[in-house]
Design a protein around this ligand. Structure first.
Ligand SMILES: [Zn+2]
Ligand SMILES: [Zn+2]
Length: 332
């Protein structure tokens, strides 16, 4: 595919999309309901539907029996851990291998022209972004993700919340499923702003920001405390009326969906004429500039609090002005 019809490449080889980033029409004021029909398909497809399907499949086919999860026992927890280690490795590799190892589409639609695997970087364990990312993901990220899944399973088995069924409450549960990414965005924004406070940034969040040029294994390359906070979004399902598949969808959205924001490419080429939009540019700009786009724009929180960057020269100018005002405040 020709990536220069929808973007441009600078001298360093970095590709920038022509169209400015926009926040979703869900929360605009005044409401822009007429824009919803064009926006909704991209909200569901392909990623959200994929994670809904994986959540339903995992809960009904691959998870231990609900009755077995009523008592804490290492056997069923190890079962879920093994399942998640295999699933995460397969899903992350399904993007890492063709795009970063085989480089099937070279640097077409790639925001940063360089590939992180090409040079040693002493900021990372063994000088390798991929090695540290994979070790942190599989070593602590997936076990913490699993711990939350075990808590959901144990709670459902004991009737501690998660008692609604799709047969009896289809409309409510489908509406709740629709809201899962919105809740994730709100929770992620709050946690993310918190860990950008200087002390927490220095000791916790700086680990994730070592990846200035993120790739799939950067997604959960976080300090364990950040992983714990990140996945805690699922705890809401123990407080509000919910269902285990919807709760698991929230966790799949967080665990698998993290990769989508760190893919580093604007489009995954499928055929010569067709590609899959990743919508990764918003979070890429956060990794590039640190103090913009704490959220992904599903909710207009960055706009509201003045940290939105739409990827244009005007966005650069606004960011520069904010930075100068901050320096002036600090020096006053
Ligand atoms: Zn990130
Ligand atoms: Zn950050």
């Amino acid at each position: 595919m020709d990536d220069l019809t929808t973007g441009k490449r600078n001298k360093r080889g970095d590709w920038v999309p022509n169209a400015p980033l926009v926040t979703s029409p869900l929360f605009r004021l005044p409401p822009q309901l007429t824009k919803l029909p064009a926006w909704l398909p991209g909200y569901f497809l392909p990623w959200n539907v994929l994670f809904m399907v994986t959540a339903a499949l995992f809960w009904t086919w691959f998870f231990p029996d609900v009755a077995a999860m009523a008592d804490w026992h290492w056997s069923w927890m190890l079962h879920i851990l093994a399942l998640n280690l295999i699933a995460a490795t397969l899903f992350y590799s399904a993007l890492e291998v063709p795009l970063y190892l085989k480089r099937r589409q070279a640097n077409r639609f790639k925001y940063n022209g360089k590939f992180p695997g090409d040079a040693r970087n002493p900021a990372f364990w063994f000088g390798s972004q991929n090695a540290e990312g994979a070790l942190r993901t599989l070593g602590t990220g997936v076990p913490i993700w699993t711990a939350f899944q075990c808590l959901i399973g144990w709670s459902a088995a004991n009737g501690y919340g998660l008692t609604l069924t799709f047969a009896e409450n289809p409309v409510y549960l489908l509406a709740l499923g629709f809201c899962v990414p919105i809740w994730h965005e709100f929770h992620f924004y709050c946690v993310h702003r918190l860990i950008h406070m200087p002390l927490l940034y220095k000791h916790i969040h700086s680990v994730h920001h070592h990846s200035v040029n993120p790739s799939p294994w950067s997604s959960l390359s976080m300090h364990p405390v950040e992983q714990l906070l990140y996945f805690s979004s699922c705890l809401i399902h123990l407080v509000i009326p919910s269902n285990p598949i919807v709760a698991l969808y929230g966790l799949h959205y967080a665990g698998f969906g993290a990769v989508v924001g760190h893919i580093g490419f604007d489009k995954i080429e499928l055929t010569e004429g067709r590609g899959l939009d990743t919508h990764a540019y918003t979070h890429y700009l956060h990794h590039k500039y640190f103090e913009v786009n704490y959220g992904d724009g599903l909710m207009p929180l960055d706009k509201l609090f003045g940290s939105w960057h739409d990827g244009t020269a005007e966005g650069d100018a606004l960011m520069e002005a904010r930075f100068k005002a901050k320096v002036a405040r600090t020096n006053r």
